[in-house]
Design a protein around this ligand. Structure first.
Ligand code: HEM
Length: 328
């Protein structure tokens, strides 16, 4: 099949599935322009903010490549609860960081380090929510993913509750549950499938998947949707819950569309990943993205930009923290 015909199939699928996803519950496009965010938000008050952030991200990832994936995930967990308001960063008893769903989150030191430098250069100016948004973008780019432009002006929230953070999807949900969760944030079916592609990098604690590989059925058998060779590999690798295994077993450190190809080979690590291929609403998109790396690469930036605007606080709806781990 020629490139142009496969592209038109993909475009058709994207259109078709966004229609299937139902009406976008968020503001229509012309109104999202007035989201209170601005490309030039720090132009006068902290013109070097983006430069400072990107240098720091480069520095940290050059010391530890695995931080790239962790920083991307941190932004998702932030936006998934109370919107992108830096609530995941707060370190007080009972805050989101203390939820079970936050147990393997990493990268907090990177944010604190960046915040310290920004407070030095432009005190009380750059919010933690904006820092985390830019960090996720820069980290993705640094490990070979796409780059996208951002608007700024998010304020930091004044609430962070562990029990709310238990609502972040952790891999045992149904596809319907995932679709509903994403829709409640104004994100479509397409955003769900594309953003799940973040699992092309990074790792997963064995504790999160042991139920799939050892004792899934009532007869104590593994999840039958897992490829047998892959199952064998996982059963040997994941004896201890505290061990880790790669989310994309084939190209774990490369930001590519092989994650989707793995799903076609029954090699999705999380049950939620694997089910995206089996489900008739999401399966056609998995196929289109598996076939076209460029489509994934380009759409990932588009969907991340949408993610970064979920329920943002602006103006006096929030504060600019001086330390990202504590309310002012
Ligand atoms: C669609 C629903 C999602 C589910 C059910 C899910 C679930 C998970 C789980 C269970 C892990 C491993 C946690 C552990 O260590 O045990 C993980 C890791 C990860 N997730 Fe997701 N996730 C979802 C969406 C996303 C999104 C939207 C992004 C980013 C845009 C993302 C980025 C990541 C990354 C990069 C990692 C690896 C982190 C690391 O290596 O430190 N996930 N996810």
């Amino acid at each position: 099949m020629g490139l142009s015909s496969s592209l038109s199939i993909a475009i058709f699928l994207l259109y078709f599935t966004s229609v299937l996803a139902g009406p976008d519950k968020k503001k229509p496009d012309y109104l999202t322009q007035i989201d209170g965010l601005d490309t030039d938000y720090y132009r006068k008050t902290c013109p070097k903010a983006e430069e400072i952030i990107s240098k720091k991200v480069k520095h940290w990832i050059s010391k530890d490549y695995t931080l790239g994936a962790s920083l991307l995930r941190l932004h998702f967990h932030d936006c998934a609860i109370r919107g992108c308001d830096g609530s995941v960063l707060v370190n007080t008893t009972g805050s989101e960081r203390y939820a079970k769903a936050s147990k393997t989150l990493r990268g907090f030191d990177v944010i604190d380090d960046i915040k310290a430098e920004l407070e030095d250069k432009c005190p009380k100016t750059v919010s933690c929510a904006d820092i985390l948004t830019a960090v996720a973008r820069d980290a993705t780019h640094e490990i070979g993913g796409p780059y996208w432009s951002l608007k700024y002006g998010r304020k930091d929230g004044r609430k962070s509750l562990a029990e709310e953070a238990e609502g972040v999807p952790m891999g045992r949900e149904s596809v319907t549950g995932l679709i509903q969760f994403f829709q409640s944030k104004g994100l479509t079916l397409l955003d769900l499938v594309v953003l799940s592609g973040a699992h092309t990098i990074g790792r997963c604690s064995c504790g999160s998947i042991q139920y799939r590989i050892y004792n899934y059925t009532e007869y104590g058998l593994a999840d039958p949707s897992i490829d047998l060779k892959f199952l064998n590999f996982l059963q040997r690798k994941c004896r201890q819950a505290s061990e880790y295994t790669e989310l994309d077993a084939v190209t774990p450190t490369i930001f590519d569309s092989v994650y989707y190809k793995n799903l076609q080979q029954r090699m999705g690590l999380l049950s939620t990943d694997q089910m995206l291929y089996a489900d008739s609403r999401t399966g056609p998109l998995v196929k289109a993205l598996a076939a076209q790396h460029n489509l994934f690469y380009q759409q990932f930036g588009v969907s991340m930009k949408k993610l970064s605007k979920v329920q943002v606080l602006t103006g006096d709806e929030g504060e600019v923290r001086t330390k990202c781990f504590a309310f002012n």
